[in-house]
Design a protein around this ligand. Structure first.
Ligand SMILES: Cc1cc2nc3c(=O)[nH]c(=O)nc-3n(C[C@H](O)[C@H](O)[C@H](O)COP(=O)(O)OP(=O)(O)OC[C@H]3O[C@@H](n4cnc5c(N)ncnc54)[C@H](O)[C@@H]3O)c2cc1C
Length: 373
């Protein structure tokens, strides 16, 4: 089968690697000029690795990731450093962390040379017998996978776009370049309208993120300075982690999710995948994990069926149901975690203090479990 994939993000690269391994003829179109991803770190839970294993990619990604966080005390703290919810190492769910650029590189390396076309900004048309329009002309495919991100133009062209919603907060991200002692503790620190997160990466680097409830569209030349001004009075090692990060590498993005999910993830022979289908807030750390689950579900659905249309129906039904639940939980979690008024934040903190780690573990178990189609 001849498959065109729009977008070489985590979703597009994963589905392309899975389909190539099954013998399909795959071409990936990416508008950027190179594979390097913009981004810092990433966490992937057991569900993402279950999905990667099912299409033969798990060990490749395990090799470039770290499970250090699973051996630390993790959970939520207050800016003073007092724990609101501390998960002992034995209870921290299966979670691995890695650098985004390394994940992209590993997925690109899983593809034969010539599969990827960089600098190719394309559009999809004709969902029944789909075609992709590139600068060099029009190509026809048996199946087109639109994995072109949260601002997917394909979603709009297919008549499935229902708009974006500003989540109410902005996020900074960085990776340290010099060593910082974490004292075997990681996780998130929740203030009023602010969150700071610490995640150990392979090779003793640390991925961190910070958020602020604010209006969209603000930025300044030195974003590391913005983070220092807001978070340097919080418990250690937060200040040390920010200072160990080169200032020109700190990223800032306003956070959006899809206002509503598309009525369907499939139009004719074109399937939406990843953020294009279910762009969600990062509060559950599941956006890339769900893109990977989409990819594995589509590969396995096509593997089991000679008929493309019934495979796409199965893909659309399974994935819309699963991701709708996670997209809405993530939005709710964002509202709770970013609480900025004192009463809301105090209520949130009291709730968290009263929650036994075992019930948090139970509550997230189904989220972190992969089920093959
Ligand atoms: C602050 C933050 C933290 C996050 N942390 C986590 C985390 O810890 N764990 C997790 O699982 N998820 C996390 N996520 C979510 C995760 O980053 C995304 O869900 C994931 O990267 C989506 O991958 P994708 O392939 O669907 O889309 P993208 O990565 O957006 O890729 C889309 C690709 O399509 C290309 N493209 C777009 N239009 C065209 C076109 N017309 N022609 C050709 N190419 C095109 C783009 O250049 C891009 O390369 C986080 C997100 C944010 C914002």
């Amino acid at each position: 089968m001849r498959v065109g994939v729009i977008g070489a993000g985590i979703g597009g690269l994963t589905v392309a690697a899975g389909l190539v391994a099954d013998g399909h003829d795959v071409e990936v179109f990416e508008r950027r000029d190179e594979a390097a991803a913009v981004g810092a770190g990433l966490t992937l839970f057991g569900n993402a690795f279950g999905a990667l294993d099912s299409i033969g990619l798990g060990d490749r990604i395990r090799a470039i990731s770290s499970d250090a966080i699973s051996h630390m005390r993790a959970g939520q703290r207050l800016p003073s450093g007092d724990w609101l919810l501390a998960m002992p190492p034995a209870m921290v769910p299966s979670i691995r962390s890695l650098h985004r650029a390394e994940l992209h590189r590993a997925l690109v390396e899983a593809l034969p040379r010539g599969t990827l076309r960089f600098g190719a900004e394309v559009t999809v048309t004709g969902s029944g017998a789909p075609t992709i329009h590139a600068a060099g002309g029009v190509e026809s495919f048996d199946l087109v996978i639109a994995s072109d991100g949260i601002r997917s133009e394909s979603r709009a062209r297919l008549g499935l776009d229902r708009g974006l919603r500003y989540a109410g907060y902005t996020a900074w991200r960085g990776v340290t370049s010099t060593a910082v002692d974490l004292n075997d503790e990681a996780g998130e620190t929740w203030g009023r309208g602010h969150i700071f997160g610490i995640v150990p990466l392979p090779d003793d680097r640390i991925y961190w993120f910070a958020t602020e409830s604010t209006a969209p569209g603000e930025s300044r030349p030195d974003e590391r300075q913005s983070v220092l001004e807001r978070f340097s009075a919080w418990h250690q090692p937060i200040r040390a982690v920010i200072e160990a990060t080169p200032s020109d590498s700190v990223l800032r993005h306003d956070i959006y999710d899809l206002k509503r999910l598309p009525a369907s993830f499939v139009r004719g022979r074109t399937a939406l995948l990843g953020d294009a289908a279910h762009g969600m807030t990062p509060n559950l750390g599941q956006g890339a994990g769900q893109a990977i689950e989409d990819a594995a579900t589509l590969v396995l659905a096509l593997r089991g069926r000679a008929d493309i249309d019934s495979a796409l129906r199965l893909y659309g039904d399974i994935r819309r149901k699963r991701t709708k639940a996670i997209w809405s939980q993530s939005r709710l979690m964002g509202k709770v975690a970013q609480a900025s008024n004192p009463i809301g934040a105090a209520f949130r903190d009291a709730l968290l203090r009263a929650t036994p780690p075992s019930s948090t573990r139970r509550g997230t178990a189904s989220l972190q479990q992969w089920t093959a189609p």
